[in-house]
Design a protein. Sequence first.
Length: 344
Amino acid sequence: MSLGSFIKKQFIDVLQWNEETEGVLAWRFPMQDFEIQNGAILNVRESQVAVFVNEGKIADVFGPGTHKLTTQTLPLLTNLKNWDKLFDSPFKSDVYYFSTRVQTGRKWGTPQPITIRDKDFDMIRVRAFGMYSYRIADARTFFTEISGTREVYTRDEVEDQLRGILMSSMASSLGGANVPFLDMAANQALMAQEVKDGLAQAFARYGVGLDEFNVASISLPEELQAALDERISAGMKGGMGADKMSGYTKFQVANAIPLAAQNEGGMAGIGAGLGAGLSIGQVMAQSMGGALQQPAPAPAPAAPPAEEPIEARLEKLKGLLDKGLISPADYDGAKAELLKKLIG
């Protein structure tokens, strides 16, 4: 290379990244035809890591601080370049900056329900939503596995990949947790902890550290939620029938009876709704606690009181005569009738 062309070349003596654009996780220092001056200064901020890459292979990694670039501070790059002792001329190498700041308040959710096995409901499909935060924990691994040699790699791009990892890890964690859905729904922190451990390991394989993970809501699809609500209602009304029947069956029967009149065939239409091989009369009698039983027969009329003896009636009749309450003729007539009954 002639002296003139050497003078025309431009050299870099300070390398730094000001992170002017929000959401950028990896940024390649613009080299073009520039070369890095021997003894140049490399500035790495507290929330950054700088990586030197030679022909696609990672050479040296620098943490926060101010670094003077020499063969002593670039031992691996010096070995790759095969420089003898000290290099006096400028050199060319790709320099990548990575932001290690925690990316907070990132939302996650299940676009499609996740199918898991539940000890109470067998197979169920679960929806969940929440927030998480993460950071680049290993720049070497992140460069190799995710960002690569692109000039700019953004937060949105990495989260597209993390979302798939999150869904897969969540399905595995919840499926093997053996924690009933009702317990997870009642304690969202429990669900978050079940998922977080497995998710942190999955993220680490890509150089990403999981900082926080929480669950804001967990729910079932509408049709399963309706079935769960019906089951809960059945439990609340479990005492309205015979003990031999479950609360759920009794609840279904109770709901079916008021609707029977609306069905073709009236009360006979209940049988199809029950579908359990029970006769209508048996189910109704058990579920309604005998409310539809035949009314008890009316009591028989009471027997008439026993007739008063004739002797007592004659004494009463004589007393009425003595008091002047009846005439002698009335007394004689009534007396004759009583004596006739007495004598026969």
